[in-house]
Design a protein around this ligand. Structure first.
Ligand SMILES: [Zn+2]
Length: 297
C-alpha cells in the first residue's frame, strides 16, 4: 500500500478480508461462453461500480484459472487480491500513484504500452481492467483507443462504466458489451417514485414542479438521493429498452435527451457530495437542465 503524502490524512484502514461480491449467475455463464473467443475489448455496463469490478475480476479468473475461475486456486486468489502477474487494474489508485511519482496519467498509460506488446507471462490472458472508464482523461482514452486498434496477442481489455453511452463511441464500437443486472432490480421506493412521476409530468407539461420543491421541507437530502438513484436506475432501463412505465416515459426524451439526463444526474450527484447542497435548488436545476437545450458539460 502506498504511503500517504506528507500532510495528508492517513486513509482509513481497509477491511482485512473484504467480502467477495457475488457475480450474477447469468453474467458468469455469459462470460464462460464468451471465453472461448474472448473479445479483445469488453465493455461492462450496468450494476453498481463494485459489481462491475467483481465481474471484471471474475472474467480474469475465467481466462486464467485452469478450472475456468474456480475461486479457490492460487491463480483465482491472486486475481481477487489483484496481485496476479497478468492482471493490470487501471483505477483511481493507478493514476494517484503516478501523480505521486510526478508522472502524468497519459505517461503512466504509455508505460503500459510495452507490457501490452508482450504476451502474458502465464498460460492465460493478460487482463487489463479500466475501472470507471468514463472518467478517463480524454488523452488517456485516446491512447486506449489506439491500443485497441492494434492486435495485442494474449491481451484483453475490460472497460467498466455505468452505461456504454458514457464512453467514447469509438471505444464501444470496438468492444463487446456485457450488461450486468441492476443491483437488486428493486422497484422504486414509493416516495421517490411519486417525485419522479411529478418530474416526468413537468418534462411533458412544464408545470407542477416548482410548487412541489418550493414547499418548505418538501424534500430532504435523503429523498433527493433516492430520486437520483431511482432516475439513474430507470435511465439504464430506458437505454436498454426496458418496459417499466418510467423507463418508457424516459425513452421519449430521445437519445440526446437521455445523454443529457445522464450528465445532469452525474452533476446533481456530485452536488450532493457536499452535505450543505441546497436540496430544492439542485432538484430545480435537474428538472430544468434536462429539458433545456443549452446544457453543456
Ligand atoms: Zn481457480
Amino acid at each position: 500500500m502506498p504511503k500517504p503524502a506528507a500532510g495528508q490524512p492517513a486513509p482509513a484502514p481497509a477491511p482485512l478480508t473484504p467480502p467477495p461480491l457475488k457475480v450474477d449467475g447469468q453474467v458468469l455463464a455469459r462470460m464462460r461462453t464468451l471465453s472461448s473467443h474472448a473479445p479483445q475489448s469488453l465493455v461492462m455496463e450496468g450494476g453498481g461500480a463494485p459489481d462491475r469490478v467483481a465481474a471484471a475480476l471474475a472474467w480474469a479468473g475465467i481466462l486464467n484459472c485452469l478450472e475456468g475461475g474456480c475461486g479457490a486456486c492460487a491463480v483465482c486468489k491472486q486475481i481477487s487480491e489483484r496481485v496476479f502477474r497478468d492482471l493490470i487494474v487501471v483505477d483511481r489508485e493507478f493514476f494517484e500513484e503516478a501523480k505521486r511519482e510526478g508522472v502524468s496519467g497519459t505517461d503512466a498509460m504509455r508505460r503500459l504500452l510495452p507490457v501490452w506488446g508482450q504476451p502474458p507471462q502465464g498460460a492465460g490472458r493478460r487482463v487489463t481492467i479500466f475501472v470507471e472508464a468514463q472518467d478517463l482523461h480524454v488523452s488517456v482514452a485516446n491512447l486506449l483507443l489506439k491500443t485497441l486498434e492494434e492486435p495485442r496477442p494474449g491481451n484483453v481489455f475490460v472497460l467498466l462504466a455505468p452505461q456504454r453511452e458514457r464512453l467514447l463511441q469509438t471505444l464501444v464500437s470496438r468492444s463487446f458489451v456485457l450488461t450486468l443486472p441492476w443491483p437488486g432490480a428493486k422497484a422504486l421506493e414509493p416516495d421517490a417514485a411519486e417525485w419522479i412521476g411529478a418530474l416526468l409530468d413537468f418534462w411533458d407539461s412544464g408545470q407542477g414542479w416548482f410548487e412541489r420543491t418550493g414547499t418548505k421541507g418538501a424534500a430532504d437530502r435523503a429523498l433527493a438521493l433516492r430520486i437520483l438513484s431511482g432516475l439513474q436506475h430507470e435511465l439504464v432501463g430506458a437505454l436498454s429498452g426496458a418496459s417499466s412505465p418510467v423507463a418508457r416515459r424516459l425513452a421519449k426524451l430521445g437519445p440526446a435527451g437521455l445523454r443529457r439526463l445522464d450528465l445532469v444526474l452525474a452533476q446533481a450527484q456530485e452536488a450532493f457530495s457536499q452535505p450543505t447542497a441546497p436540496v430544492a435548488l439542485v432538484l430545480d436545476w435537474l428538472a430544468t437542465a434536462v429539458i433545456s437545450k443549452g446544457v453543456r458539460r
